[in-house]
Design a protein around this ligand. Structure first.
Ligand SMILES: Nc1ncnc2c1ncn2[C@@H]1O[C@H](COP(=O)(O)OP(=O)(O)OP(=O)(O)O)[C@@H](O)[C@H]1O
Ligand SMILES: [Mg+2]
Length: 302
């Protein structure tokens, strides 16, 4: 008996069906090279290799300031220099950061320096020299890197240089290159900026703007939601707080963080009087801001 017959007989006796292997499939013919779909177009090289030394992430709660951002853009386009000037804690650094993120695609490079003192400016200029791969970045004297960066800024267009917290304008002037084709943005508490740059004033937030920031920061509404997303009572209370705190962004931020914290404590049931379940029954999915004892709270008053 040949082996094939033996297998058939064995399968019949053990009642196993005879399995025959299917023929191998054939390879599908490939379309000609010319017919292949074109690859997706990659972003410009500068989009992912852009020298960028901004030390802050984008503020996801950034609210308002549209007119100031427009004025900054206009001043920079007109004269190449703008000084964002206002009180401490009013939002200068945040607005400059937001400007850098919003317009980053319009610049080939974006550089950030902390201009509060020579001790912060020097290492930040060395960091720029490093980002630009200038040999002077490794020089022993940090001043050599500053000189090299200034020469580079004078020779190249298409960059943004931020001097943040440049309250000492005389110091800032030492670090500003002379003849440039880029944009220089200062943030400063000083008011007499005209010798250096066109002044764009930033003031405390308007009541409605401050209230919107507070509602978002406290988690009462989503980060990108309009004021109408809040209950009328919450909106009124947020406006009252915004007014009482004088629209100072830094103080509103702290108040928002406090309210959020208090809401979370209640939500976790640490407050014996109220629990999230109780609030949810009363208020749908929302926890009511009015139930949080925000006032009196002297530490938040400016
Ligand atoms: N438009 C805004 N939206 C949301 N939050 C903001 C806004 N502006 C400022 N803040 C909040 O206020 C805080 C203080 O703002 P910022 O540091 O920009 O103030 P400043 O004017 O630069 O103060 P200083 O003069 O002390 O440098 C920020 O950390 C941020 O939490
Ligand atoms: Mg600042």
């Amino acid at each position: 008996m040949v082996p094939d017959d033996y297998e058939q007989l064995y399968r019949r006796l053990t009642q196993q069906p005879l399995v025959t292997m299917p023929p191998l499939g054939s390879v599908k013919p490939m379309p000609a090279r010319a017919e292949l779909p074109s690859l997706p177009k990659l972003e410009r090289r500068q989009d992912f290799l852009q020298p960028w030394t901004v030390p802050y992430p984008r503020n996801l709660f950034f609210t308002g300031r549209e007119k100031i951002l427009e004025d900054l853009r206009a001043a920079l386009e007109a004269s190449g220099r703008a000084a964002l000037s206002g009180l401490g804690g009013v939002g200068k650094t945040q607005t400059a950061t937001e400007y850098a993120y919003r317009h980053r695609k319009e610049y080939q490079s974006v550089f950030w320096t902390r201009a509060e003192s020579r001790d912060t400016l020097l290492p930040d200029f060395v960091a720029i020299a490093t980002a630009l791969e200038l040999p002077e970045s490794a020089a022993q004297k940090q001043e050599e890197a500053v000189g090299a960066v200034e020469r580079w800024l004078e020779a190249n267009p298409g960059w943004l240089l931020v001097l943040d917290n440049a309250d000492d304008l005389a110091l800032a002037r030492d670090f500003i290159p002379r003849d440039t084709q880029g944009h220089i943005l200062l943030t400063t508490r000083a008011q007499a900026t005209s010798v250096i740059a066109e002044r764009v004033e930033i003031q405390e937030m308007e009541t409605a703007e401050g209230a919107l920031f507070l509602l978002r920061r406290a988690g009462i509404i989503a980060r990108d939601a309009p004021p109408s997303a809040a209950f009328e009572g919450d909106r009124q209370l947020a406006e009252q707080i915004s007014r009482e705190l004088g629209g100072l962004a830094q103080v509103l931020d702290q108040a928002g963080a406090f309210i959020e914290e208090a809401r979370c404590r209640k939500a976790l049931g640490h407050d014996p009087e109220t629990t999230l379940a109780g609030h949810e029954q009363r208020r749908g999915k929302m926890v009511h801001i009015a139930s949080v004892p925000v006032f009196p709270c002297p530490s938040f008053r400016p």
